[in-house]
Write a protein of this length. Structure first.
Lengths: 522, 996
């Protein structure tokens, strides 16, 4: 008997020692192990593609709301019944009463900080890659560092004091760096990579190029004063120099303004572009859903279902000269008819769908004893700056230029004026923009001042996520452009920085809340 | 680990010898001499001590059997008296099992509903008598199962076992129940208890037809679960299927017909109420009310569902074999017009014995073929949302679609007719089981198993209706294949020495491989729609990212052992140890060790209690053990991987982008759950009062979860890691009382009560911190993204965290009045606070069964006390702010509101309830005079007859989660009655049981 037991145990023992019987290695079938990834050009391009795709989280979602709703361009009003109240987060952005819990602030922080993590991971793969020539490697890494710099600049703009993590292998929980330090780092970083970046050729459309780097430098110097950071040397002169650099790179203003926004158009003034596609299945461009009324797809003959959300702040729309072609091209106003039947479309209450510029609170709908209340479904001018195709279903293919050449004309003009420079050159630059917009010189200015430049920026760049930054720079940040909301904006210098989200602090208690906001606590 | 590696080197040369070794083992085994045979005699009596004539006595698992004579005497020759188990059965009485254990005289008395202490209960890798069990094992056998329409073991068990919560929160017949034992024990996709079918761990409940189930054991404490170490943290449910018996070759037919009625549906405004409410509110609805229609949209979507079930089984055997084969057809039609399930279940089991019955070979085959149609639950949202003055169809018979283009509106009846979401599922498995008695008491066994589950999904949304409109037609085809292979070796030794010492020991090895693969294609924009999803190439648009496939695999390897010692049924001690390896974990953490120990003291066997005759049995038990969990975790989470994701723009054309797949965590390791369990079992007054009282403390440590991490330093904001701790403590009580026990009339009542307290102890460590996680998405129009729950240290899973209403009344001007929490004027997210928990203080089940002559009857009530439920249908549709263009649920506040609903405690209600879940009356015909008929019974049953509750919503028993069990955070925001509520059914069943 003992023998038998012994044999049985020998059997068990033999199984233990047969490697296959204790082998727990994982065989991966549908993903690629990190050790052999990044060793071919295709793989490296595919990886850099993901870095460029992070830009799709910048606009028309997160930062469009933080910039345009927090600035003067747009608002997401609560619609009759309560649509879009959503816990008050859009009201908070408009009235500047945001907190560390406000949804859009949180999702925007997450988008930017996740993008930086993706950039760092990719840069690390590129650095360790062996198959590329040195020149290729330097150029690829520079473009990735460029996208990372854009995101760090974005965080520094919106939150001021932010973590600065630039090494993938660094796993220490970061603390916040003062805005000055982040700014200095950015200036050094962008200067270092600018000439290493790829050239702005047609083949490099959609990439972070030399032009993107100099554009970013121009924005950094332009806003330095408003950000209250010190700059070594004269910020305005360095801003102008960066603009000149961009202007020297061969970009041209599109003869037709609308080419910048059209479907399938590759604008020659695009300097950093988000290349959306109708076939996107992730991070889709759904601006049509965000802004148009539920039924309005029928007026374009298209199939998607929209959500009736964001529209223009009325007093901003009223700044426009109605003869400015950009007015009609930017805003959808007035009655909407079914493209096929010609019948007028209806709201959920059975009223005709006629978009109005004016938006007024329906009496009695106010929340929590305050002035904020609901408005009718059809109130507010909608966005149609990026035209809607008749075949549009659930993703827009219109590209979005985060940086485009027109902006540089206006930046340079502004820097000239602010530095006490050549007013006639500034006037010429602004008039180039106006002449292109109107199609002739009849609306050109004799001379420009800062107010005119601010206005021109509003006409030219509505919905393009510059409103908040521009308003802060022009000292207009406390003023809303929807007086009829009856909701005054909260004021205070500290509001020029958004609060760091509560959830970010929960994962990293080295973060310190921005001034005046309630400090983080358990 | 190091030692194992060393031995690998040492014994590498033995590798070739392995196969030979096993072969030699087999041959040697055959040479051992046969055992001595034993004859067992005895009497079978009824509860009044009168002999039962013609009772069956069978040696379990064999064809060896006998029948009692006119005096109730029997005699049976048994080859292996140590291991044999005798089954005593007689019509109208509970079947009883007795371990022979060397006795030569076994007298039994059969009685209905008396707790039987000699009863043999399935435990992990074996059986034990009730008297000897040291852990916490609840056993439910066929006569106690729930009556009526049952789809699987969960339906049979619901409410029967203290601490086992089985939730069926919807009338959807395709939806599986959600099961938790002793609370939620992990944040990581708690899978509920592991299902073990006839000894095969990790089975699928739906693969066993209820009519094939003989008994179900629930292993409740860690000491009984630990033998299944790797996957037992959520508990273990052992299902034992029926076996053939040589003594009666029989044919059984069980069949029923049933009708499902809508139990409760929301009171949406009728057309006249809608006009009235709108006129009270001053809304001009004349522009919408132009069709002259009065439609009950929800009523249009619902129906009476008829179901039928037919089970046929044949069983029997010869002197060397036995068999059972069964076929069940279930055709279930839900109360929504587009909801059905049909299932064909085949099961075949055959055992052959050889070498003087020392070699037993068992073969089992099972096929479960299911066709089902999932309802589009969001169609219920359309029904809530449509003005009741719209018609279903236009005058010309076409669908009414004028509501298209308005938010959340569409014609739900049209959707039901035109769209479908079908699944065909084929679940096959085969098991082979080879067992050899080497010498007396020593048995070697090998278990081989292979299963394959195919799921084929076929979804179509036509372009003509609201669901397919935005895609101009949408078709999805998806195929999934899940395969599993299992090999298990065990060596079991049991012996009795010095007449009072009993030892039972088992050692084993198990190897398991799981593979999964799927492929899915979605096409949209259909030019020709008549072929639906059957011709996906008719779709004009095929997007990159919507054609996908995936494949993964993981392995589990285990070594385990258990020893059970008992002395004279007075002192019992069980110790188990299991070493488990899972491929899912990091290189240095693949192996985990899961020990347990438990002891029991049979007080009633002690001299000082033996003479107290009102105590039949009294036993104290205590056990402690550790079990592991890795089930909710997907493979490969420890590895740095890259994956294809989306497309990027490459000079004008889209190319596939690659990205880092995840935050890899190479340190990921086993989640461990330690449980201390103390219990008392008692049986008093001649078995008329029996029961169990238990207390447990269950602690999960190194809890796996998707913890939040900062980006950067990480690429993504979530990582799977072992960080948190969770605690469940509870008390359970089971009482079983024979109120009346006479020859003609019997009344038995049994009550089970369970209290469980759940608390998340920790969510942070030095590396990860997530002291509070917001979760729960009830969804109210105008409140998207507003959460309802938190997961937080010091709080239970199911903690509601919302704006707090000062009262359940609106202010005079129709507004909410919320408490100002953060001290800063204005109501923002910072004013949310803790407002209650979805966890009940008490769950209970109360069963009553009666028998009078040939009649039997039972009713069963179950419920919960002290849990909160968020009445989200009222929040989403009980307000008037959309009523002019939509519809609303009638309620007291309807016309008072002047602001839209908010996710808040205003809608939080006490969810305590008691449900008359089950009621049945049966009649058994006197078949003694019909020689070809063994048994004939007819019955009627009703399910979900009524609910007693203060809850004002539809039904306070709500699902733990709405999506799939594998969804992120599934089960972490319980207690929300969903706004796309699928009403429950009230069912009436007529059935027959026939045995020939």
């Amino acid at each position: 008997m003992k023998k038998i037991i012994a044999i049985w145990f020998a059997g068990i023992l033999s199984m233990i020692i047969i490697p296959s019987c204790t082998d727990l290695d994982e065989e991966v079938y549908d993903k690629l192990p990190a050790d052999d990834f990044g060793s071919t050009e295709i793989e490296v391009k595919a990886l850099m593609g993901t870095v460029y795709n992070t830009l799709k989280t910048y606009w028309p979602g997160n930062f469009m709301y933080l910039s345009e709703n927090g600035g003067s361009a747009t608002v997401t009003p609560t619609r009759t019944g309560g649509d879009w109240y959503d816990g008050g987060q859009y009201r908070e952005i408009f009235t500047h009463e945001w907190t560390a819990q406000t949804g859009v602030v949180r999702s925007s922080w997450n988008a930017a900080s996740t993008a930086i993590g993706t950039c760092n991971a990719t840069i690390s793969v590129l650095e360790n890659s062996t198959f590329m020539t040195d020149a290729q490697k330097v150029e690829n890494i520079a473009s990735m560092r460029g996208v990372r710099a854009f995101w760090i600049y974005t965080m520094m703009d919106y939150w001021g004091n932010v973590p600065l993590v630039t090494d993938y292998s660094d796993k220490e929980l970061p603390s916040v760096r003062p805005r000055q330090e982040v700014f200095d780092w950015l200036i050094a970083e962008v200067n270092e990579i600018a000439e290493q970046c790829p050239a702005g050729t047609q083949a490099n459309y959609g990439k972070f190029t030399k032009g993107s780097a100099y554009f970013l430098l121009a924005k950094l110097f332009l806003n330095a004063e408003a950000w209250k950071v010190n700059v070594s040397g004269n910020a305005w002169q360095q801003c102008i120099a960066a603009c000149d650099k961009v202007l020297s790179l061969g970009y041209v203003l599109e003869p037709n303004w609308e080419t910048n926004f059209g479907i399938n158009d590759r604008s020659q003034e695009g300097i950093l572009t988000i290349c959306f596609s109708e076939t996107d299945t992730q991070n889709r461009n759904q601006l049509m859903c965000q802004t148009l009324h539920y039924a309005d797809n029928l007026s374009d003959g298209a199939k998607y279902g929209a959500w009736n959300g964001v529209c223009a702040q009325p007093d901003y729309v009223k700044l426009f000269d109605v003869e400015d072609p950009r007015y009609e091209a930017t805003y959808r106003i007035g009655e909407r008819r079914n493209r096929e039947t010609g019948e007028i479309l209806k709201t959920g209450q059975g009223d005709p769908l006629i978009y109005t510029v004016d938006i007024s609170i329906i009496p009695g709908t106010e929340y929590d004893g305050g002035p904020w209340g609901a408005v009718v479904q059809e109130a507010g001018a909608r966005c149609q700056k990026w035209p809607y195709s008749t075949t549009l279903s659930n993703a827009k293919g219109n590209h979005f230029h985060i940086f485009r050449l027109t902006d540089i004309y206006l930046v340079k003009a502004e820097a000239l004026l602010r530095s006490g420079g050549d007013v006639s050159e500034a006037t010429r630059l602004v008039n180039v923009v106006r002449e292109r917009a109107y199609g002739d010189a009849t609306h050109n200015y004799a001379t420009v001042d800062l107010q005119k430049i601010q206005l021109e920026r509003r006409f030219e760049l509505a919905w393009e996520a510059w409103s908040r930054q521009d308003d802060i720079r022009f000292g207009d940040f406390d003023k809303s452009y929807w007086a009829a909301s009856n909701s005054p904006r909260k004021t205070g210098d500290h509001l020029k920085l958004y609060p760091i989200p509560q959830t970010a602090w929960q994962t990293n208690q080295n973060l310190v809340q921005n001034p005046v906001y309630p400090p983080f606590q358990q | 680990m190091k030692q194992v590696k060393k031995s690998i080197c040492l014994f590498r040369s033995l590798r070739k010898v392995r196969k030979m070794g096993i072969l030699t083992l087999m041959i040697l085994c055959c040479l051992v001499t046969a055992f001595a045979q034993t004859t067992v005699k005895g009497k079978v009596l009824d509860e009044f001590g009168e002999p039962i004539i013609g009772a069956n006595i069978v040696e379990k698992g064999t064809s060896n059997g006998s029948i009692t004579d006119l005096d109730g005497n029997y005699s049976l020759t048994i080859p292996n008296a140590q291991r044999a188990i005798l089954q005593f059965s007689y019509i109208g009485y509970n079947t009883k099992e007795e371990a022979v254990g060397g006795q030569s005289v076994i007298n039994v008395s059969l009685a209905p509903s008396v707790i039987n202490l000699g009863e043999v209960v399935a435990i992990g890798y074996g059986t034990q008598t009730r008297r000897e069990i040291t852990g916490s094992v609840a056993n439910v056998s066929e006569e106690s199962f729930n009556k009526g329409i049952t789809r699987d073991a969960a339906d049979l068990l619901q409410g029967k076992v203290a601490g086992l919560s089985i939730t069926s929160g919807s009338g959807d017949v395709t939806r599986a129940s959600q099961i938790r034992l002793r609370g939620t024990s992990t944040l990581m996709n708690d899978q509920g208890p592991m299902i073990v079918i006839d000894g095969i761990p990790g089975g699928d409940m739906s693969s066993v037809s209820p009519s094939d189930i003989e008994s179900i054991s629930v292993l409740k404490d860690a000491s009984s679960q630990a033998i299944y170490g790797s996957r037992a943290a959520g508990g273990v449910i052992l299902i034992t299927t029926k076996r053939g018996s040589a003594s009666h070759s029989q044919v059984t037919y069980d069949g029923y017909l049933s009708a499902d009625f809508v139990a409760n549906k929301p009171h949406l405004l009728s057309a006249s109420e809608w006009r009235d409410v709108n006129s009270q509110l001053g809304n001009d609805v004349s522009k919408l009310d132009v069709y002259g229609a009065e439609t009950d949209w929800l009523g249009e979507m619902l129906r009476t569902g008829f179901s039928q079930n037919h089970s046929l089984s044949v069983s029997g055997g010869g002197s060397k074999n036995n068999y059972r084969a069964s076929y069940t057809f279930l055709d279930r039609n839900g109360i929504a017009r587009d909801n059905f399930m049909t299932r064909h279940s085949f099961r075949f089991q055959f055992q052959q014995r050889a070498i003087n019955d020392r070699l037993r070979i068992d073969l089992t085959g099972s096929a479960t073929l299911t066709d089902m149609q999932f309802p589009f639950r969001d169609d219920f949202i359309l029904a809530y949302n449509l003005p009741p003055v719209y018609p279903v169809k236009n005058a010309d018979g076409t669908w009414f679609t004028s509501m298209f283009g308005q938010y959340d509106q569409g014609n739900p009846v049209q959707n039901q007719d035109e769209n479908y979401n079908l699944m065909k599922s084929n679940n096959f498995y085969g098991a082979g089981n080879l067992q050899f008695d080497i010498i007396e008491g020593l048995t070697a066994k090998v278990h081989l198993y292979k299963s394959s589950i195919n799921n084929d999904f076929n979804e179509w949304r036509a372009p003509t209706n609201s669901r397919g409109r935005s895609d101009n037609g949408y078709a999805r085809r998806q195929a999934r294949l899940t395969e599993r292979e299992l090999m298990e070796w065990t060596l079991n030794y049991n012996t009795t020495f010095g007449s009072k010492h009993k030892l039972d020991a088992i050692a084993g090895y198990s190897w398991e491989n799981n593979r999964y693969q799927d492929q899915s294609s979605i096409a949209t924009n259909f030019a020709v729609t008549s072929m639906g999803a059957n011709n996906i190439q008719s779709g004009n648009t095929l997007k990159i990212g919507e054609v996908t496939s995936s494949k993964n695999a993981y392995k589990l390897i285990s070594f385990f052992a258990r020893a059970h010692y008992s002395y004279d049924e007075k002192y019992m001690l069980t110790a188990t140890v299991r070493r488990d390896g899972s491929s899912k974990f990091g290189a240095n953490n693949k192996w985990g060790l899961f020990p347990s120990v438990s002891a029991a003291w049979g007080l009633s066997q002690e001299g000082f209690l033996k003479d107290i005759n009102w105590i039949n049995d009294l036993k104290l038990r205590a056990g402690y053990g550790v079990t592991g969990n890795q089930d909710g975790l997907q493979p490969y989470k420890t590895l740095e991987l890259y994956e294809a994701y989306g497309t990027y723009y490459d000079n004008g054309s889209p190319s596939i982008a690659y990205r880092v797949a995840q935050n890899a965590n190479p340190n990921l390791k086993w989640e461990e759950t330690a449980m201390l369990n103390v219990g008392v079992d008692f049986s008093l007054f001649n078995g008329r009062l029996g029961g169990t009282i238990e207390w447990y403390d269950k602690r999960t440590t190194d809890m796996i979860y998707r913890y939040t991490v900062p980006t950067p330093t990480f690429v993504y904001d979530r990582i799977f890691a072992n960080v948190g701790d969770m605690l469940n403590t509870g008390v359970e009580l089971l009482l079983n009382i024979d109120v009346v026990r006479t020859k003609e009339f019997n009344y038995n009542t049994s009550i089970n009560l369970a209290h469980n307290k759940n608390e998340i102890l920790r969510l942070s460590n030095d590396i990860y911190s997530a002291s509070r996680i917001y979760t729960g998405d009830p969804w109210i129009r105008g409140a998207s993204g507003v959460t309802s729950h938190v997961i937080e240290e010091g709080r239970p899973v199911g903690q509601f965290f919302m704006l707090k209403a000062k009262s359940n009344k609106l202010t005079a001007d129709g507004k909410f009045d919320f408490e100002e929490i953060d001290g800063i004027p204005g109501i923002t997210d910072d004013d949310r606070t803790y407002v209650g928990s979805a966890q009940p203080d008490l769950t209970f089940g109360w069963n009553n069964s009666f028998s009078y002559k040939n009649w039997d009857a039972s009713f069963f009530i179950r419920g919960t006390i002290g849990n909160k439920v968020l009445n989200n249908p009222i929040a989403a549709y009980g307000n008037n702010t959309y009523v002019s263009g939509a519809n609303a649920i009638m309620n007291d506040n309807l016309v008072k509101y002047t602001e839209n609903s908010r996710v808040s405690s205003f809608y939080l209600e006490d969810g305590s309830f008691a449900r008359l879940d089950n009621m049945a009356i049966g009649y058994t015909f006197d078949s003694k005079k019909i020689d070809w008929l063994n048994r004939a019974r007819v019955y009627v049953a009703a399910q979900n007859l009524f609910v007693i509750t203060g809850y004002t919503g539809l039904d306070p028993e709500v699902e733990l989660f709405r999506g799939e069990p594998t969804d992120n955070d599934a089960g972490l925001s319980p207690g929300i009655e969903a706004r796309n509520y699928f009403p429950k059914a009230r069912s009436f069943t007529f059935g027959v049981n026939l045995t020939f």
